[in-house]
Design a protein. Structure first.
Ligand code: SAM
Length: 360
């Protein structure tokens, strides 16, 4: 009897495979899941392999996409098909889905977000159309998309090589390939606006956003110029103090909801505590994390979202140290906030962290 399982597929930003691999190996070890990561530089994904069926079942219960920073998804793989016949890819996929015996509510066609993977986008589209029809005909895919039912992911790794994976819509990225299709509004002051927009969508649920971010609240934006993050906050109805020696764009000032302070973000403090602190200053990550800790501990803000620029080397280890030190400081001060972090699609050599109440 074959007792080997197919492990997990974890897409990430191309070039960050070592961080993604180190992180999933750490997570697996923490939960007692035997397995090893396999990654190829610049491929845009990592696989967790070496699991038997029992370890796969355990890992599917324990490993969560939410706890991972560098993975855009964390998908349990249930079949790997290699050396497919380009004239008939459909039959083996239909057979593998039938062998699983699970009805899916949606089909997502994916490929790694890297140079080689992107050449597969045309095939993903055409094959996806054929497969959708085929799956519906035999009943393994609901006739109409069901957003609450498990999702089927078909991940093309080559023209004749693919993975079949499944996900729970409540514990996975809400976007195909983990990549949000956000459009930059014509009046957004900077592309960075998309970073905060993605962070708000990724690091909080819809319910949390409506409970915690309300019109009339006050926020401080450190390193605000030209004003993309401040502008996103005004769209949620917040009043913003934007701190930066650089100028703000007309479209930010024109909102009438942003007050610009030309000052050093490491020294400036508000007269009264604010609901939100956001920070996108390009600075040493340790310094930024210390500053955010100071604001929270001294009661100048209640919640924070900030970017940590990653160092050139030992990026994963450095993030771990920063997190440990910051969370220990907050814990010692009796502040009960949760660390939520992700390398967003719109992040480059950086990650975005939110310190928020509640379980994630
Ligand atoms: C990446 S940009 C911020 C972009 C902004 N979040 C947006 O959405 O438009 C970084 C900003 O941090 C500012 N900055 C860096 N060090 C700072 C400091 N010590 N005090 C205030 N601003 C600082 C820079 O002037 C720069 O405008």
């Amino acid at each position: 009897m074959n007792t080997s399982a197919h492990g997990f597929y974890l897409p990430c930003r191309a070039g960050f495979e070592p961080e993604c691999a180190a992180e999933i190996a750490d997570q697996a070890a923490r939960f007692g899941v035997p397995g090893y990561p396999k990654a190829e530089r610049d491929s845009g994904f990592v696989r967790l392999l070496g699991l038997d069926l029992a370890a796969q079942a355990l890992a599917e219960k324990r490993l969560s996409w939410r706890a991972l920073i560098f993975a855009r998804q964390c998908l349990p793989v249930f079949a790997e098909l290699i050396e497919l016949d380009p004239k008939d890819r459909l039959s083996p996929v239909l057979a593998a889905v039938a062998a699983r015996g699970q009805r899916f509510g949606d089909l997502w066609m994916e490929h790694p977000d890297a140079d080689e993977g992107r050449t597969l986008s045309g095939l993903a589209r055409s094959f996806g159309n054929a497969l959708r029809g085929g799956l519906r005909r035999v009943g393994w895919l609901t006739a109409v998309t069901d957003l609450h039912a498990p999702r089927l992911h078909v991940i093309l790794l080559g023209g004749t090589h693919l993975l079949l994976a499944h996900s729970d819509p409540t514990d996975s990225s809400p976007w195909v390939q983990g990549i949000p299709r956000l459009k930059l509004a014509h009046d957004a002051p900077s592309r960075s606006a998309l970073k905060l927009e993605e962070a708000l969508l990724t690091l909080m649920s819809q319910d949390e956003r409506s409970r915690w971010m309300k019109p009339g609240q006050r926020a401080v934006d450190l390193g605000a110029a030209p004003g993309g993050w401040s502008w996103v906050l005004t769209r949620a109805g917040l009043q913003v103090a934007a701190v930066d020696n650089g100028p703000l764009a007309e479209s930010a000032i024109g909102t009438g909801m942003i007050k610009h302070y030309r000052a050093d973000g490491f020294r400036w403090r508000p007269e009264h505590p604010v609901d939100w602190l956001v920070c996108d200053m390009v600075e040493q990550p340790k310094r930024v994390a210390e500053l955010i800790g100071d604001w929270l501990i001294q009661g100048d803000c209640r919640r924070a979202i900030f970017n940590l620029k990653l160092p050139m080397k030992k990026r994963y280890a450095e993030v771990g140290q920063i997190r440990e030190q910051l969370m220990q400081r907050l814990h010692d001060a009796g502040i009960d906030l949760q660390w939520r972090a992700r390398q967003l699609y719109h992040d480059r050599e950086e990650i975005t962290v939110a310190l928020l109440p509640g379980n994630y």
